[in-house]
Design a protein around this ligand. Structure first.
Ligand SMILES: Cc1cc2nc3c(=O)[nH]c(=O)nc-3n(C[C@H](O)[C@H](O)[C@H](O)COP(=O)(O)OP(=O)(O)OC[C@H]3O[C@@H](n4cnc5c(N)ncnc54)[C@H](O)[C@@H]3O)c2cc1C
Length: 388
C-alpha cells in the first residue's frame, strides 16, 4: 500500500473536482423517491454520462474511463465532497452493469449497457420475496419456458426504486421441480410489461422508496436471461459480491458525514451537557478515516491481483454500524431540533438532512444481506467456526 498519490492521480482529482464545481446543481435535488425527484436524478445521470463520469471504472467502450480502484476512490471522495446528487441508477451501474460485462452476451451488452450508463433506463433489483429474504434460495416466483419466451408468475418485495424504475433484474425459478439454489435463472423484466403490477411501500420517511412487484403471466423473450438457464444462483452471488464489496458504500460517504458531524459539533459545543457526545464525535471521525484506510489497503491488494472474499461481510457490518453512530450522534447534538421532519430544513444545522439520514441508516444493517447473516459468514468462512 502506497500512502502517497501519484502525479496522475492528483491530476485526475483536479479534473473531477473542476468538472463537479461546474456541473453539480446549486440547489439540492428533490428526493428520488418522488416522481419529480426521480426524473431530476435521471437528468443528473445524463449529465454525468455526458462527461463520461457515470461509472469511471467501466471500460471506455461502455462510456467509462477505465479507471482503477484507487482512482475510483478518489472520484468518490470528490463526489461526496461536492455533495453531488445520490445515484438513482445504483442498482444498474454498480450491480447489473458489472454482471452483464462478465456474463452477458455481446448482444445483451449492446442492448442494455449504454442505456443504463446514459440514465435512459433505470434498474431495480427483484430478488427478495415474502418468505425468501435472508433465505434467498427459497425463491418461489416462476419463469416457465414457452418456446422462445418465459412466462413469469410470482411476487417480489422490497424492490428499491421499483416505483419509478424502468426495468427490474430478477432471480426466478425456471425449473419448477428444483430445490433451493438449483433451477434459478437471472432474468431481466421491463416494469411496463403487461401483467406487471408495482405496489409502492412507504419507508420511514413516508416516501415510497421501494415496492412490491407482482407478475401475472408476464412474457419476456429468452434473450432477457443472463447466463445459462438454471445458473442464476452463481451469477446472483457474483452480483451480491459487487454489492457487499467495495462499490456499494465507498468510505467517502462516511468521511463526509463525519466531517459534517464535526462541524455540527463545533457549532453546538457550548450547549452540550452530556460530554460523552464528544467521545462519540471523535470515535465517528476516527472510524470513518479507519474505514477509508482499510479500503485503500483492500483496493491496493485487489489491484495487485488479490481477491475480496468474506471480508466484504466485515466491511458491510462496519459501514452500516458506523452510519448509525454518525447519524444518532448528530441527532444527540441537535437536541429538540432533531424532531424536525426531513423536509423541514432549518438553516445551518440541516436538521432535516440529519433526520432523513438517521431514518435511512436504520436499514443499513438489513439491506445487501442482514448483518446477522454477515456475522454467520464471518463465523464460518473467516473464523472457521462450525456450522450449526
Ligand atoms: C432499504 C432496503 C432496501 C432493499 N432493497 C432491496 C432490493 O432492491 N431488492 C431486493 O430484492 N431486496 C431488497 N431489500 C430486502 C433485503 O434484502 C431483505 O430485507 C433482507 O435480505 C432480509 O430479508 P427479510 O426482510 O425477508 O428478513 P428475514 O430473512 O425474514 O430475517 C428476519 C430476521 O431474522 C434474521 N435471520 C434470518 N435468517 C437468519 C440466520 N440464518 N441466522 C441469523 N439470523 C437470521 C435476519 O437477520 C433478520 O434480523 C431491501 C431491504 C431494505 C431494508
Amino acid at each position: 500500500m502506497d500512502l502517497y498519490y501519484t502525479e496522475e492521480q492528483r491530476a485526475f482529482r483536479a479534473e473531477i473536482r473542476s468538472w463537479l464545481e461546474q456541473h453539480v446543481p446549486a440547489k439540492a435535488l428533490t428526493s428520488f423517491d418522488t416522481a419529480e425527484g426521480f426524473e431530476q436524478h435521471r437528468e443528473w445521470e445524463r449529465t454525468l454520462a455526458s462527461g463520461n463520469w457515470g461509472m469511471v471504472t467501466w471500460p471506455k467502450e461502455y462510456g467509462g474511463r477505465g479507471c482503477n480502484l484507487i482512482e475510483w476512490l478518489i472520484f468518490e471522495e470528490e463526489y461526496y465532497r461536492a455533495r453531488a446528487p445520490l445515484r438513482v441508477n445504483q442498482n444498474g451501474i454498480f450491480l447489473l452493469g458489472p454482471t452483464l460485462m462478465e456474463y452477458g452476451t455481446p448482444e445483451q451488452k449492446a442492448r442494455f449497457i449504454s442505456s443504463m450508463a446514459s440514465g435512459d433506463e433505470i434498474w431495480a433489483q427483484g430478488w427478495s420475496e415474502p418468505g425468501a429474504g435472508s433465505d434467498m434460495a427459497a425463491i418461489r416466483s416462476r419463469a416457465d419456458r414457452v418456446g422462445d419466451e418465459y412466462v413469469i408468475n410470482g411476487h417480489k418485495i422490497w424492490s428499491t426504486r421499483a416505483v419509478f424504475a424502468d426495468w427490474v433484474f430478477c432471480l426466478l425459478r425456471t425449473d419448477p421441480n428444483s430445490q433451493r439454489h438449483k433451477g434459478l435463472s437471472f432474468i431481466l423484466v421491463p416494469l411496463d410489461a403487461p401483467g406487471v403490477t408495482v405496489r409502492p411501500i412507504k419507508q420511514l420517511n413516508g416516501l415510497p422508496g421501494f415496492a412490491e412487484v407482482f407478475f401475472d403471466d408476464v412474457r419476456v423473450p429468452t434473450f432477457n436471461r443472463i447466463g445459462e438457464e438454471g445458473e442464476g444462483w452463481s451469477i446472483a452471488m457474483a452480483t451480491a459480491g459487487f454489492e457487499r464489496g467495495l462499490m456499494l458504500r465507498s468510505p467517502a460517504r462516511f468521511q463526509q458525514a463525519a466531517k459534517r458531524l464535526l462541524n455540527l459539533y463545533r457549532r453546538k459545543r457550548n450547549d452540550i451537557i452530556d460530554l460523552s457526545i464528544e467521545d462519540s464525535v471523535v470515535r465517528c471521525y476516527l472510524d470513518a478515516e479507519a474505514y477509508a484506510l482499510s479500503t485503500y489497503q483492500t483496493a491496493s491488494r485487489l489491484q495487485a491481483g488479490g481477491s475480496i472474499g468474506a471480508e466484504a461481510s466485515c466491511n458491510k457490518i462496519f459501514w452500516s454500524e458506523l452510519d448509525l453512530r454518525i447519524q444518532s450522534t448528530a441527532l444527540n447534538l441537535l437536541g429538540a431540533a432533531s424532531e424536525l421532519m426531513p423536509d423541514e430544513l432549518d438553516d445551518d444545522d440541516e436538521a432535516g438532512v440529519w433526520v432523513d439520514g438517521f431514518l435511512f441508516a436504520q436499514s443499513g444493517p438489513i439491506y445487501a444481506g442482514t448483518n446477522e447473516i454477515q456475522r454467520n459468514i464471518i463465523a464460518e468462512r473467516v473464523l472457521g467456526m462450525p456450522r450449526r
